[in-house]
Design a binder for this molecule. Structure first.
Ligand SMILES: Nc1ncnc2c1ncn2[C@@H]1O[C@H](COP(=O)(O)OP(=O)(O)OP(=O)(O)O)[C@@H](O)[C@H]1O
Length: 249
């Protein structure tokens, strides 16, 4: 397993955000982290990256504790806010980050190609569209062919064609052996994943493949399947002192 999370509890701002998460991210596949806004996806990804103080539990990444300095060159991370220099061109950014992690110079062309950014290589990042800027950030995360790629909502703000292209690129990257952990709140992207982590309110409701989720919930529609998993969970764990929230069928 590329990532193993066990009993993860995280508090932020005096509030418990993750309530004891157990999950795993297999190598050479795309694992989708799905759940509504505010359910704790970014907090879980930050924990995998070693950027989050853990209140309890463990996070093991490529056999080492999350955040270990040996992991720096083996993991690519793309946070929600593009993390590239606005006053440099796309190529200058890529060359700079390639030198920081010791990636070979030829890697620049590979990542520009993967993200269809060749035509913009000499454009200042500050003048790119939002979607292009996200892709520039993603290109940096792909440098050095990391063993694990952690991507926080990478397709937000992208048009449907680019979204499809990006998911094709994720499949290609996984086929070369990289583990991808990709968060999204768009259920139609779930179908492109090999494995799904379904989250709600800081709890992991399920980890399984899209096919297994469809079979178990008796629906082909993954959005409906997710709603059925939520209903099932709520039926088994009614909130103390509250009536069960009505989830539309
Ligand atoms: N620094 C912080 N201090 C206190 N609470 C925080 C902090 N950062 C996030 N939170 C809270 O933690 C919860 C989970 O946030 P998180 O960003 O992990 O969710 P998310 O699922 O990634 O949401 P989104 O899809 O909107 O990005 C939210 O209720 C949020 O308000």
């Amino acid at each position: 397993m590329a990532v193993l999370v066990s009993g993860l509890v995280v508090r932020r701002g005096g509030r418990e955000i993750l309530h004891g998460i157990d999950c795993a991210v297999p190598e050479g596949s795309v694992t989708g982290l799905l759940g509504p806004s505010g359910c704790g996806k970014t907090t879980l990804l930050r924990s995998v990256m070693g950027l989050q103080r853990l209140t309890g539990g463990t996070v093991t990444v490529l056999g080492r504790p999350a955040g270990h300095r040996d992991l720096r060159r083996s993991i690519g991370y793309c946070p929600q806010t593009p993390s590239v220099y606005l006053d440099l061109t796309v190529l200058e950014n890529i060359r700079y980050f390639a030198s920081v992690i010791g990636a070979p110079p030829a890697d620049a062309d590979r990542v520009l190609d993967t993200l269809r950014l060749g035509a913009h290589r000499h454009q200042i990042v500050g003048s790119l569209s939002g979607g292009q800027r996200s892709r520039a950030s993603l290109a940096v995360a792909l440098l050095g062919e990391p063993k694990l790629l952690v991507l926080d909502e990478p397709t937000v703000g992208l048009d449907p064609v680019l979204r499809l292209e990006l998911w094709d690129a994720f499949a290609e990257i996984a086929a070369r052996g990289t583990a991808l952990l990709v968060s999204s709140h768009v259920m139609d992207e779930a179908a492109r994943c090999h494995e799904l982590l379904l989250m709600r309110d800081g709890i992991l409701l399920a980890q399984e493949s899209p096919d297994s989720l469809r079979a178990r919930t008796g629906t082909q529609d993954l959005e409906q399947a997710f709603l059925r998993v939520i209903r099932e969970h709520e039926a088994q764990n009614p909130p103390a002192g509250h009536t069960t929230e009505q989830i539309p069928s």
